[in-house]
Design a protein around this ligand. Structure first.
Ligand SMILES: [Zn+2]
Length: 297
């Protein structure tokens, strides 16, 4: 059965598909890049995404990982690939083994431990760069970078045969172009990662903003989460085309959060800020048809 709780956000040609409510569940996929940031409870539609980039081990971000691998195995798909903070790798392997005892099958999994500053090629020309965030021990954020070799300007007009000849002679005719497409911070409060060029220049920045209310600064600090006041200072310094806010607490009224973004940020920044979830939909009321069906059962 299709999962009807996921939300879809389209930014030009890039579609984000996910669900994110602080403490409850967070999973954000970009199917065209074949990556899923965190896995939440492993929603049905996202089982086909081949690369899961896990930021930390908290249950609301990681609960579905064994189910993700097991369902892919059950459906005879290739094992998924999990990039995660290196420290968590042994625990995840144990978790899969434990499920193997209960379930009878330990699903195959490709587990890639990552450290701050490491990079991993998920497909040709597409790399994932990991960086330390400031949430819990070894929590990581990720930037997905497209990397291409481009012909240097001075050779642009030359015919192909001549370029090939130069190449043969060992002339470096190309340069490397790095395009940071999307950065996902996971759970975090302010930290050194805010100064990384790939974070600042990423086309899309997906940032958590768990707290908005003025009396929630203490909670934000204790849980090491962003409060909107911190983001309001940070965002004007960044060059992102889109900023997507996730992980709002269920206590936050989305309308007042939107209003706060509009009032507190300059217009050229506030219009770039989107909320992944305009309203949490997990606890939706049954529609009339379902209600009628239920009442007859
Ligand atoms: Zn967390």
């Amino acid at each position: 059965m299709a999962n009807r709780n996921l939300t879809r956000l389209t930014l030009d040609k890039t579609e984000l598909l996910g669900y994110s409510v602080g403490g409850e569940e967070t999973v954000v996929a970009i199917p065209t890049l074949n990556v899923c940031f965190d896995i939440g409870k492993a929603p049905e539609e996202l089982l086909t995404v081949d690369n899961v980039l896990l930021t930390h081990g908290h249950m609301d971000h990681a609960a579905g990982i064994a189910y993700y691998f097991s369902q892919r195995n059950f459906r005879e798909m290739a094992p998924g690939r999990l990039l995660l903070p290196a420290r968590l790798a042994p625990a995840i392997e144990q978790l899969l083994e434990c499920w193997g005892h209960l379930d009878g099958t330990t699903p195959p999994a490709r587990i890639i431990p990552m450290e701050h500053g490491q990079e991993y090629e998920v497909r040709r020309n597409l790399f994932v760069f990991a960086f330390a965030t400031n949430h819990c021990d070894d929590s990581l954020g990720y930037t997905v970078i497209e990397r291409r070799q481009k012909l240097k300007d001075e050779y642009y007009e030359l015919p192909g045969a001549q370029i090939a000849k130069l190449r043969k002679e060992g002339v470096q005719v190309t340069y490397t172009l790095n395009l940071p497409l999307v950065t996902y911070l996971g759970d975090t409060m302010s930290g050194d990662f805010e100064n990384l060029a790939c974070v600042r220049q990423s086309r899309i920045l997906i940032a958590e903003c768990t707290f908005f209310e003025q009396d929630h600064h203490g909670r934000a600090q204790a849980g090491r989460h962003y409060h909107f006041d911190q983001l309001a200072e940070l965002l004007p310094k960044l060059d992102n085309e889109y900023i997507v806010l996730t992980h709002l607490s269920r206590r936050t009224d989305i309308r007042s959060a939107i209003k706060m973004v509009q009032e507190r940020l300059p217009e050229d920044i506030s219009r770039r800020v989107k909320f992944l979830m305009e309203r949490p939909r997990r606890f939706r009321q049954p529609n009339k048809e379902e209600a009628a069906q239920n009442s007859t059962q």
